[in-house]
Design a protein around this ligand. Structure first.
Ligand SMILES: [Zn+2]
Length: 191
């Protein structure tokens, strides 16, 4: 049985979440306005910015760490170990990264070669970090989330991801520059 142990009540359930057992997957706890009001609000805001209102958030139980996106089900899953050990702001950083993957899937032109010595998959991870910062507008929390190491993708080291983000600031996000030529490259950010 999973327990929610974060000292921050925003990351503990306000009412008991329903456990949905997935075939061949961990148990899922749907995040709703009733179960996790603050987390739900933060998720809905990010989903709206990413033009992905159809997405749902679940917490992956069974002592799961990390996070992932199921494009076919339109579900973002975040491991209970992240929920129990992070701050709400760090969790938002993780969610921003996952929406980054969804945006890259929809708009392949968003994918950038952050480092020439890395594979496409590794560059997608770095690009998703950057899109996450653009969505949350919170560079500090993104760095803190990476440094905490609770949701790290094994494709890259923590140090490589922090180094990549260190050269990237929210002010580098195209939409914040109101540059027409660049907002055209980030169509969903232009709202
Ligand atoms: Zn990722």
């Amino acid at each position: 049985m999973d327990e929610f142990t974060n000292s921050d009540p925003r990351l503990r359930p306000a009412s008991p979440p329903k456990a949905n057992r997935q075939p061949n997957g961990p148990v899922e706890y749907p995040v709703t306005p009733e179960t996790f009001p603050e987390l739900d609000r933060a998720f809905r805001e990010l989903a709206h910015k990413a033009n992905a209102d159809e997405y749902h958030l679940v917490i992956l139980g069974d002592n799961f760490g990390g996070a992932g996106t199921d494009f076919s089900r339109k579900v973002i899953g975040i491991g209970i170990r992240v929920i129990n050990s992070g701050t709400l702001e760090e969790v938002q950083g993780t969610l921003g990264h996952e929406f980054g993957h969804e945006l890259i899937r929809r708009y392949p032109e968003l994918q950038s070669t952050v480092r020439a010595d890395k594979t496409d998959q590794q560059n997608e991870e770095l690009t998703a970090d950057r899109i996450g910062v653009c969505l949350t507008g919170d560079w500090q929390s993104a760095i803190a989330e990476l440094a905490s190491g609770t949701s790290i993708d094994p494709a890259l080291s923590v140090e490589e991801r922090i180094e990549s983000l260190s050269f990237f600031k929210p002010s580098d996000c195209p939409v914040m520059k109101s540059d027409q030529s660049k907002t055209a490259t980030f169509p969903s950010f232009n709202r």
